[in-house]
Ligand binder design. Sequence first.
Ligand SMILES: [Zn+2]
Length: 161
Amino acid sequence: MSTPKLRVSMQTQAGLGTFSKWTHRFMDVAEMVASWSKDEFTKVGAVIVDDEKRIISTGFNGFPIGVDDEVPERHERPTKYFFFEHAERNALNFANVDVAGMTMVVNCFPCADCMRGVLQNGITTVLCPEPDRTRPDRFASCNAAYDMAMDKGISLVEYSK
Ligand SMILES: [Zn+2]
C-alpha cells in the first residue's frame, strides 16, 4: 500500500488575525496537561474552552480510569494503542456540560477517531498545529479527520507560536 499524500490545509493565524494572549495561554495549558501523560513517546493535551475564555475541561492521553497503567507490556507498541485513550476524547468525556459551540485547543493534530468525537459533541473550532509531516503512517487518519471537519464546517485553525 502506498503512503497517502497529506491533504490537510488549515486556516492560518494570518487568515484569522485573532490570536490573542489567551490562545497562547490555552496552548500552554494543553502542553502542561500533556506532560502528565505516561506515554513515553507521545504526550498530548487538550483543553476545551467556552466563549467566556473559561476552561471547561482538559484531557491527556492515558489509560481509562480503573485500568492499571503500571503494567510495562501495556506501554509497548502495538499493545499500547489498545490501552491509551486520546487527550481529545478524555477532554470530551470529562466535560460536565454540553460543549456544543465551544473551542478545543490541542497540541497535536487530532486523529480521525477523536475528530468524530469532536463532531458528535458539537465543538465548532479546533486549534492545533498542522499534522506531523514526519509521520506518514498517520496521514490517512489526518486526511479523514480533515475531511470530516470540513464537511461539518468546523473551523480548523493552525496554531503556531
Ligand atoms: Zn485521537
